[in-house]
Design a protein around this ligand. Structure first.
Ligand SMILES: Cc1cc2nc3c(=O)[nH]c(=O)nc-3n(C[C@H](O)[C@H](O)[C@H](O)COP(=O)(O)OP(=O)(O)OC[C@H]3O[C@@H](n4cnc5c(N)ncnc54)[C@H](O)[C@@H]3O)c2cc1C
Length: 367
C-alpha cells in the first residue's frame, strides 16, 4: 500500500505536524502504538511557549482544566528558596493533553491508526518502507519520525554519548493541606545524582517525576519504594508533601537511557526523513521545555514539507534554533546534580532571584 505522508507517533510532535499538514489540505496518516491516550513519563509542566503553541493548534489549556504555576521552589536537603517565574506556566497531565491533541488532529482531517507499532524497513528520498505490526507493510513518500523517547526499530537515533539517566514518575492524590501548599508552584527537589519535580495538574492531582543517574539509582536501593523513602528521609519538605498521599497509577512509569543533549545532525544514513520532538532533540528535563520543542519541531517540519524544502534544511534550522537553550539547560542539569551546585542554586534563588529568573528565560525556546 502507498501513502503520501506518514507520521510515526501521536505525541505532541507527531500531532502538531499532523494538525499543520491537515489544516493545509493534506491527509496525513498518524500511526500510534497506544490503544488510547494514556499517562506518559513527563513532568507535565507546560511552559508559556507550550501553552501559546497549543492555543495556535486549537488546544486550550484552560478548557482542559490545567493548573496555573507562577513560581518555582528549589529544595535541597533542609534548605529551600522560592522564585517567581518570569512567565506563567501550567500543569496538565499527558493523558489529557495527548488525548486533546490527537482528537484535534483527527477533527482537522488527519487519519489516525491506533494500536499499531511502526518499524522501518528502509528509508530513502525522504520516505520509507514501513512495517506495521498487525497492519502489514506500507510505502510512505514522506516519513515523519515522532516516536519520542522510544526508538523505532530500523531507524534508531544516532546517539553517540553514553546515556546513564533514568526517568520515573508517579501521580498522587495529596492530602488537602499539602495540595494547598503546593498550589501555584513547581517544586524542584535536588539531590545527589538527580532531581525531582512535583506540581499539580488538572483536578488537583499531583505529578511527581524524577530523573536519576543509574549509579545514584543503584546507591538508593534500585527500587521505587526505596528511592522515595531515601528522598523523603533526606528532604523534609518532600516528606511532608507525600505524607498520606495516594498513588494514582497502578505502578510508576519508567524510561531508561535518556539521551539528554542529543541534537540530530542530518546525514546520508537517515534517508532524508523528518525527525521530530525527542527523535530530533532531547533537552535536559530541568528546563521543562521539551514539549515546546516537540510542538515547534512538528509545526516547523510540516511547514518545511509544505514549502517544498528538504528535511535536512529543516533539521539544520532546528539545531541552530536550539543551540543556546541546550547549552544553558545542560549547564543547569550538571549543576543540579552536584553538591556545591545544589547549594549554589538554592542560595542564588534565595538571595539573588534575578539570575534565576534569567536562567529560567534562557532555557525557553527562543523567539
Ligand atoms: C523525566 C522527564 C521529565 C520531563 N518533564 C517535562 C516537562 O515537565 N515539561 C516539558 O515540556 N517536557 C518535559 N519532558 C520532555 C517531554 O516529555 C518530551 O520532550 C516530549 O514528550 C516529546 O514529545 P514527542 O511527541 O517527541 O514524544 P512522546 O511524547 O514520547 O510521544 C511519542 C509517541 O509515539 C508513540 N510511539 C512510540 N514508539 C512508537 C512506534 N514504534 N510506533 C508507533 N507509535 C510509537 C508513543 O506511544 C507516543 O504516543 C520531560 C522528559 C523527561 C524524560
Amino acid at each position: 500500500m502507498d501513502e503520501a505522508l506518514v507520521i510515526a507517533g501521536g505525541g505532541p510532535a507527531g500531532t502538531a505536524a499532523a494538525l499543520t499538514l491537515a489544516r493545509a489540505g493534506q491527509s496525513p496518516l498518524v500511526i500510534e502504538r497506544g490503544e488510547a491516550a494514556d499517562e506518559k513519563l513527563c513532568g507535565c509542566f507546560l511552559s508559556s511557549e507550550t501553552e501559546a503553541m497549543l492555543a495556535r493548534l486549537g488546544v486550550e489549556a484552560d478548557r482542559l482544566g490545567a493548573s496555573t504555576i507562577d513560581r518555582v521552589r528549589l529544595v535541597a536537603a533542609h534548605r529551600s528558596a522560592e522564585v517567581r517565574l518570569p512567565f506563567r506556566a501550567r500543569g496538565l497531565s499527558r493523558h489529557r493533553l495527548d488525548g486533546a491533541l490527537i482528537e484535534a488532529a483527527a477533527r482537522a482531517g488527519a487519519r489516525i491508526v491506533r494500536e499499531t507499532i511502526v518499524a522501518v524497513a528502509e528509508t530513502g528520498g525522504g520516505g520509507g518502507e514501513i512495517e506495521t505490526r498487525g497492519k502489514g507493510r506500507l510505502r510512505a513518500s514522506t516519513l515523519f519520525l515522532a516516536t519520542g523517547k522510544h526508538e523505532v526499530r530500523g531507524a534508531a537515533r544516532p546517539v553517540t554519548e553514553p546515556c546513564h539517566n533514568i526517568g520515573l514518575k508517579q501521580m498522587f492524590a495529596l492530602s488537602p493541606r499539602q495540595r494547598e501548599r503546593l498550589a501555584g508552584a513547581v517544586e524542584l527537589y535536588l539531590f545527589d545524582g538527580g532531581y525531582a519535580g512535583l506540581q499539580l495538574v488538572e483536578n488537583g492531582r499531583a505529578n511527581f517525576c524524577l530523573v536519576i543517574g543509574d549509579s545514584a539509582w543503584r546507591a538508593r536501593g534500585g527500587a521505587w519504594d526505596d528511592l522515595v523513602r531515601s528522598l523523603t528521609d533526606e528532604m523534609p519538605m518532600l516528606k511532608e508533601r507525600l505524607e498520606g498521599a495516594e498513588p494514582l497509577l497502578a505502578r510508576p512509569l519508567a524510561v531508561a537511557r535518556i539521551p539528554y543533549g542529543f541534537l540530530h545532525t542530518p546525514g546520508s544514513a537517515d534517508g532524508g526523513v523528518y525527525r521530530l520532538g525527542d527523535q530530533a532533540a532531547v533537552i535536559p528535563s530541568f528546563s521543562g521545555d521539551g514539549m515546546a520543542i516537540a510542538l515547534h519541531s512538528g509545526i516547523a517540519a510540516a511547514d518545511s514539507f509544505l514549502a517544498g524544502s528538504a528535511a535536512a534544511d529543516y533539521q539544520m534550522r532546528l539545531r541552530r534554533r536550539l543551540a543556546r537553550q541546550f547549552a544553558v539547560a545542560g549547564g543547569l542539569h550538571r549543576l543540579a546534580s552536584t553538591g556545591p551546585g545544589r547549594t549554589g542554586l538554592v542560595a542564588t534563588a534565595r538571595h539573588w532571584p534575578l539570575p534565576m529568573r534569567w536562567a529560567a528565560s534562557l532555557t525557553r525556546l527562543s523567539g
